[in-house]
Design a protein around this ligand. Sequence first.
Ligand code: EPZ
Length: 422
Amino acid sequence: MDKLVVHGGSVLKGAINISGSKNASLPILAAAILTGEDCIIRRVPDVSDTNYMIQILSALGADVERSSGTVRITCADITDEAPYELVRRMRASICVMGPLLARKGRAVISLPGGCVIGDRPVDLHLKGMEALGAKVEFEGGNITLTAPNGLVGAEMDLRGDSGPTVLGTDNVMMAATLAEGITVIESAAAEPEVLDLANFLNSLGAKITGAGTRRIVIEGVKELKGVEHTVIPDRIEAGTFMAAAALAGEGVTLNRVNREHLKAITAAIIKSGHSVEFNEAGDSCFIQRGENPQGVDLTTSPYPGYPTDMQAQMTALLATTPGTSVIKDTIFPQRFMHCAELKRMGADIKIDHGTAIVRGVEQLSAAPVMASDLRASAALVLAALRAKGTTEISRVYHIDRGYEHIDEKLLMLGAKVERVRV
Ligand code: EPZ
């Protein structure tokens, strides 16, 4: 297992390109199941989650070819049973369920495990599949869904106790593309990655309107064709580097971003005293650390609100920002594993029922810390950039799940970081 060694006192300067979105790529790769024709998907980031999805699709019988960021995938002849061992290890693999059921009339997929950020139920996914006429059974850790006479369009509300479901919306939208008649999803997730998936599906020949809003309408079609598509930029990777630039930067440019997708993150970085300027086209931004940073209160909420996937990174920035900050995660109230590790580095954070009270300290100190999940690991790297001394971050495989070559990008910006194989 690798570890990242980060030498404190790093000053970030220069420019990097942001990669394609992991969270858009995963459902789009799964959506290729819906057609027997070639799909060419560009700017798929080389991270373990997408590599994992490609493994699952290959195990289902897809023919997959990958050259740098471009993936050609052809699901001419596929089976309806997803490999248990592969699926149980990545929650997002649940998004093969909808396309598999729609294409084959049957889908067998393992119940996804939970993870450190919280219990990851799929009740809303199954509610949607049943609304489309599927029969759902559980056996041996697998979910078996059957719709021998095909799926039938229906109206449904996919709101859960914590609001909309991103992958649940994706699953139903994909399944409904081949259902008989009209499907209406109320309380749909409106994340940019959902809209990117809808755009991909429409280019396959689906008939989807309203994606990107809380109400999506899908008119079923008989079959879908192959297509070429370029994935949107990864707004969470961009946000992570924005926070890094605010924490330890002297002028950092991020290219290949999308200003529209970054509104809530940009507002939080500016509110905490730093500057973010976009170019005219909105596809590049320049971040300068402010002279008088100040604590802010943040509450995560579904898009277009402040993203839960940027909560840990902002906590790392606020840990050494003067003042008191109150950070509440309404989507994953347990998503504070990074705080224990930040406290090991000297942060002053108190957790209380899904809320972190962060009192800014002058400087953190290096300590051997352990990554626990994807975004928590990113938060530890950020904290280490300005900490006193050298921080060793173990279990870096967590970070490799969702950040493409993060150490190389940090090195390009002048950070003193190296990956050590142990
Ligand atoms: C997606 O996960 C993202 N993953 C997550 O990013 C992100 O944190 C999450 O959306 C919220 O924005 C991908 O897109 C691959 P949800 P997803 O269903 O779809 C509850 C990262 O760091 N819920 O939107 O699995 C759930 O418990 C990852 O890149 C139900 O109750 O999340 C949560 O509280 C981590 N029943 C809330 O809804 C369900 O059936 C939102 O979850 C499904 C979800």
